[in-house]
Design a protein around this ligand. Structure first.
Ligand SMILES: Nc1ncnc2c1ncn2[C@@H]1O[C@H](COP(=O)(O)OP(=O)(O)OP(=O)(O)O)[C@@H](O)[C@H]1O
Length: 244
């Protein structure tokens, strides 16, 4: 049985000398929610795109369920759910059609599509919007639809970039329960967020990214996460300043 859903070793991708990510080692275990936090531009999205094979690294490797992402077969990708950059929803299609399409694209057998759509619609409370075209949804409901499209096929590896963006408090709670349930069921979840309190409620592990590198971790049960976060970031900034 694969114990680690995601393993990244030495992942680097430079956009310029000062931008990108450098030498990232990262793992997400089965049943674990691993959160990435960092300031704007720290490198979280770049790291997630590398993990998903959406971006080619300059060096380093990443494996999902033991398969190198450069060569992973379709069966591995069918067990991955992600929302990074763009939601898998088409503006001209209504929510129901988008979800049916997402299920089929993720390889859900035709006979199970209806149940998969019903389950995720209940989980994320999208019932009122099934007949609404995606472009007519509010930002938060479009985000819910995108999350539904990413999660309805019951992926065992989940990668979500700032999934609470635009969600109202009810949406945040619904997503939290979904992620906790999925992790309890054995999924490995990599998630980024700017909301330290929310991250602390769900994450087993919190990793701080700064200037494209991992600079430490935060204790999800710690008392003053904000202070601990800024201490790590400022220490790193000072070291970088001293080295320059
Ligand atoms: N395609 C690209 N071309 C050039 N530079 C890029 C590209 N993608 C990202 N970068 C740069 O790489 C750095 C990391 O960006 P990234 O989007 O990964 O940060 P982030 O931590 O996700 O930020 P945010 O919290 O604002 O979403 C930034 O300096 C960004 O400008």
């Amino acid at each position: 049985m694969v114990e680690r859903r995601i393993v990244a070793n030495g992942l680097s991708r430079a956009f310029s000398p000062a931008a990108g990510v450098r030498g990232i080692d990262l793992a997400v275990a089965r049943g674990e929610i691993h959160a990435l936090v960092g300031l704007n531009g720290a490198g979280k999205t770049t790291l997630m795109r590398l993990v998903l094979g959406m971006l080619r690294p300059d060096s380093g490797t990443c494996a999902i369920d033991g398969h190198d992402v450069r060569t992973a077969p379709t069966a591995v990708w069918a067990r991955v759910g992600h929302l990074v950059d763009h939601a898998l929803v088409y503006g001209d299609l209504d929510t129901r059609t988008n979800l049916v399409l997402a299920a089929r694209l993720h390889g859900v057998p035709r006979a199970r599509v209806g149940a998969a759509v019903r389950d995720i619609v209940d989980e994320l409370d999208l019932g009122r919007y099934l007949g609404v075209r995606a472009r007519a949804l509010s930002q938060g409901n479009r985000q819910r639809a995108g999350l539904a499209a990413a999660l309805l096929h019951r992926p065992t590896t989940i990668v979500l970039d700032e999934p609470t963006n635009g969600l109202d408090p009810a949406g945040v709670v619904a997503l939290r329960s979904t992620l906790l349930r999925r992790a309890a069921g054995g999924a490995g979840i990599l998630v980024s967020s700017h909301h330290l309190d929310e991250v602390a409620r769900v994450a087993d592990r919190i990793t701080v990214v700064n200037h494209g590198r991992i600079v430490g971790g935060l204790d999800p049960d710690g008392t003053d996460l904000e202070r601990a976060f800024f201490t790590l970031v400022h220490q790193d900034d000072q070291q970088a300043g001293g080295a320059a």
